[in-house]
Ligand binder design. Structure first.
Ligand code: 4AD
Ligand code: MG
Length: 431
């Protein structure tokens, strides 16, 4: 009996007979030989069926196989320097499990809407699989970075009574008799956790009912939110640049084949090493005006502005010290210039836009109370958050990394919809 194997491990079975559960990715024939392009999720291998060497039954079974049919294939593993994986299988047996008819996604071109309607099947394609493998590696690297740098993983709630990032894009739901909202950010809870554990991070889904249909916006996305007690704005930037460099270098080390499958120019990723340049909001406005953009101090940046600033560098860039007027209520003002706050957005290179938003937080209870009033937020709902300033307040900072935008950048994808298995976008809740 042949040993069961997976394609990823065939290198351990050269010269042996193995059986692999797999699907047919593609197939071609030259009359006396059939070439089966097989995939099992762990990798790809070509199965070679030679008419003169197999029974008529095996030959005919091979002939009947269609794209995405499932089977157990048995054969001898051989080294094959001309193949991508370096190995090939000489097929000796085929046990068809299910013959597929009329698989909708053929090797020809399909439109994005069609592919998104068939997302559950599209995931089987070489490129989409590679994206998911890279996403998993990014998640692994994120957790490894924090777990080995003194951070404790803490899970904030998903159903919340208040907003964390402004009230305009909240998903409303009922919590029995009360109103509730799906979390936009776990930050406020992570601040509480930082006062208990020092350095913490969260990793979870967040929701924004944003009516923006851009290539960077999802309705449901995953965010990583570290929060650090006794840490100022500048120290937080150092953590951020080290963290991002670590993720990129991990993907380069562990996902070479997948980066190739998505067609990524890896020379651009090789350049991602800390430290990253910083530019103040003031200087960014001057720079943009010199470039011909009509934007005045006090206005927020859009995608074209971010791209113009990012184009000047090979690494991500920090834009720091934005006006308090359009930033979140909790950001700490600059000690000498209260009209700007101790915050930074990290802008990815190559036009991928903001991947991190972060800041030092207000730690003075009186100022925080003032901000609640300015932002028309009810003090009652945030009483617990005020307590963090009433009892042992400390300087603290944190940030949020958007997972999907990070995956889009590292994979070099045009749109965040391909970075998550089942995207939730403005007009899509299916499949
Ligand atoms: O800049 P944001 O809104 O910051 C916060 O939520 C802070 N509370 C984070 C913190 O300090 N703990 O969001 C953080 C990041 C953005 O930089 C972006 O990468 C991503 O989350 N993001 C989105 N990604 C996809 N679709 C959306 N609609 C996103 N909105 C934000
Ligand atoms: Mg932001």
């Amino acid at each position: 009996m042949a040993n069961k194997s997976v394609i990823k491990n065939v290198n351990e079975h050269v010269g042996e007979s193995v059986v692999i559960g797999c699907w047919v990715n593609n197939k071609r024939s030259s009359g006396k030989i059939q070439f089966l392009q097989l995939r099992d999720g762990t990798g790809y291998i070509q199965g070679v069926v030679v008419k003169s060497e197999v029974s008529e039954e095996v030959w005919n079974d091979a002939k009947s196989l269609t794209q995405e049919s499932s089977l157990y294939v048995t054969g001898i593993i051989r080294e094959e320097p001309r193949s991508n994986s370096g190995f090939e299988m000489t097929v000796t047996g085929i046990e068809i499990y299910h013959l597929t008819e009329n698989y909708p996604i053929t090797p020809k071109e399909h439109g994005v809407d069609f592919l998104m309607d068939h997302r559950h099947l599209w995931l089987r394609s070489v490129k989409q699989r590679a994206v998911l493998v890279i996403r998993a590696e990014i998640i692994r690297a994120i957790q490894q970075y924090f777990d080995t740098n003194g951070f404790t993983l803490v899970d904030p709630p998903i159903l919340t009574p208040t907003s964390a990032e402004g009230t305009t894009n909240l998903f409303h739901t009922k919590y029995f008799e009360e109103d509730a909202y799906l979390t936009q950010s776990g930050q406020l809870y992570m601040e509480a956790a930082a006062m208990a554990l020092g350095r913490v991070y969260s990793f979870g889904p967040t929701f924004r009912a944003e009516k923006s249909k851009t290539r960077r916006h999802l309705i449901e996305f995953w965010m990583i939110e570290p929060e650090m007690a006794f840490t100022d704005h500048e120290e937080s930037l150092q953590v951020q640049e080290e963290f991002i460099s670590y993720i990129v270098q991990s993907v380069l080390t562990n996902c070479r084949a997948e980066l190739e499958a998505v067609g990524r120019d890896t020379s651009k990723l090789e350049l991602i090493k800390a430290p990253f340049p910083r530019i103040t909001y003031d200087d960014a406005i001057k720079f943009l005006n010199e470039k011909g953009f009509e934007i005045a101090w006090g206005e927020d940046f859009g995608a074209p502005h971010e791209t113009a600033i990012a184009e000047e560098n090979d690494t991500p860039v920090f834009i720091t010290h934005y006006p308090a007027s359009f930033k979140a209520f909790y950001m700490k003002p600059h000690p000498d210039r209260p009209e700007v706050v101790l915050c930074a957005d990290m802008i990815a290179p190559e036009g991928y836009g903001e991947i991190i938003g972060g800041s030092q937080r207000i730690d003075d209870p009186a100022l925080l109370e003032e901000r609640f009033k300015e932002h028309n937020l009810s003090m009652d709902s945030y009483k617990w958050y005020m307590d963090l300033r009433t009892y042992g307040s400390v300087p603290h900072s944190g940030f949020g990394l958007g997972l999907e935008r990070t995956v889009a950048w590292i994979c070099g994808l045009d749109h965040v919809r391909e970075t998550i298995p089942f995207p939730r976008t403005l007009y899509r809740l299916y499949p």
